[in-house]
Ligand binder design. Structure first.
Ligand SMILES: Nc1ncnc2c1ncn2[C@@H]1O[C@H](COP(=O)(O)OP(=O)(O)OP(=O)(O)O)[C@@H](O)[C@H]1O
Ligand SMILES: [Mg+2]
Length: 302
């Protein structure tokens, strides 16, 4: 297992498109290169310690899912194979060491500014809203549901993409006012179809996809699925064998990190403390386990 981590990439001759909490995205003109670093965030704060293999696992998971759902929608995915990427984009050659194995080449699109969230279980902001209103984003739910309960059927609960701070939950009607009723219907239908297919598969492999977030873009007038796909960074992954409704669930990937931070007495405002090595190694193993469990693959030799 590699123990080196990449916390931030540096590529002076490339145009940086965006540096997110976890990913560094480079603008290649018609394409983007989405580089998943080994950064990890907890309680919305980026930690100073990287997780070996995390970036590679995230990229491989997205790659797996883009292929898995390709019959349902066009996607932005082009390649995650470094040799193929470098062959089509020679300007990337100097950065092979930083980028290979953790990067995905995608088609650049016009982003539709909505987070298309699907929930199959009641957690996070959905659970908070339900307790106040018995509804989430305007979707009424039965009375008496407990935290982490499975919903009668998956629901579409959109949110706005906010540049700073938390995304805001909105109703389907508000989404329709922002981007049109026809596009709203299309994104809702696609989101539910992708979630339904993927979550049934994940559950058969012992992982509950409690909820997830999709993003879509437009290219040549066509709607395209973009961004990362069904990773633990864009979704809640719960280990099925430990599932117990009526309380918060352990996170498949971040359980050791959260436990450590809770016990450390850290006040959850930056800067976060460094993680001890045992937490780092256990967490790295969890990401590799998620990849293995979902795809049957280990890490390709780098
Ligand atoms: N094919 C694409 N075309 C255009 N933009 C894309 C495409 N795929 C992803 N993006 C955009 O690239 C950006 C990736 O940023 P990233 O997700 O790393 O950071 P973020 O969303 O700002 O913050 P966070 O780390 O909290 O997710 C997002 O704004 C996403 O909408
Ligand atoms: Mg993002």
């Amino acid at each position: 297992m590699p123990t080196e981590t990449v916390l931030e990439t540096q590529a002076e001759t490339l145009a940086l498109f965006k540096r997110g909490k976890v990913r560094d995205v480079y603008d290649l003109g018609d394409h983007l290169l989405i580089v998943a670093t080994d950064r990890i965030s907890a309680f919305d704060v980026i930690l100073p310690t990287g997780i070996p293999s995390k970036g590679a696992v995230l990229t491989q998971l997205s790659t797996f899912w883009f292929d898995f759902i390709k019959d349902l929608t066009p996607t932005h995915f082009v390649s995650a194979n470094w040799d193929a990427i470098a062959a089509s984009h020679p300007e990337l050659a100097p950065y092979a060491e930083q980028f290979a194995g953790r990067s995905m080449l995608v088609e650049k699109t016009e982003v539709i500014p909505i987070e298309c969230v699907v929930r199959g279980y009641l957690a996070g902001s959905g659970w908070k809203e339900y307790q106040k209103t018995q509804a989430v984003c305007g979707v009424s739910l039965p009375a008496g549901l407990r935290e982490s309960d499975r919903l009668p059927e998956p629901i579409f609960t959109p949110a706005t993409k906010e540049e700073t701070g938390h995304d805001l939950n909105i109703t389907e009607e508000e989404m329709a006012q922002r981007i049109s009723p026809a596009l709203t219907r299309q994104l809702k239908q696609l989101s539910l179809a992708i979630y339904t297919k993927a979550s049934a598969y994940a559950e058969s492999r012992g992982i509950i996809l409690a909820d997830t977030k999709f993003e879509f873009g437009q290219r040549h007038g066509q709607v395209v699925l973009i961004d990362e796909l069904l990773t633990p960074d864009s979704s809640r992954f719960w280990p099925k064998e430990q599932y117990e409704p009526g309380k918060p669930q352990v996170s498949f990937d971040k359980q050791y990190v959260r436990d450590y931070l809770e016990e450390s007495g850290w006040n959850k405002t930056p800067p976060a403390p460094a993680l001890p090595n045992v937490v780092v190694l256990r967490t790295s193993a969890k990401y590799l386990q998620a990849l293995q469990q979902l795809t049957g693959q280990g890490m390709p030799p780098s």
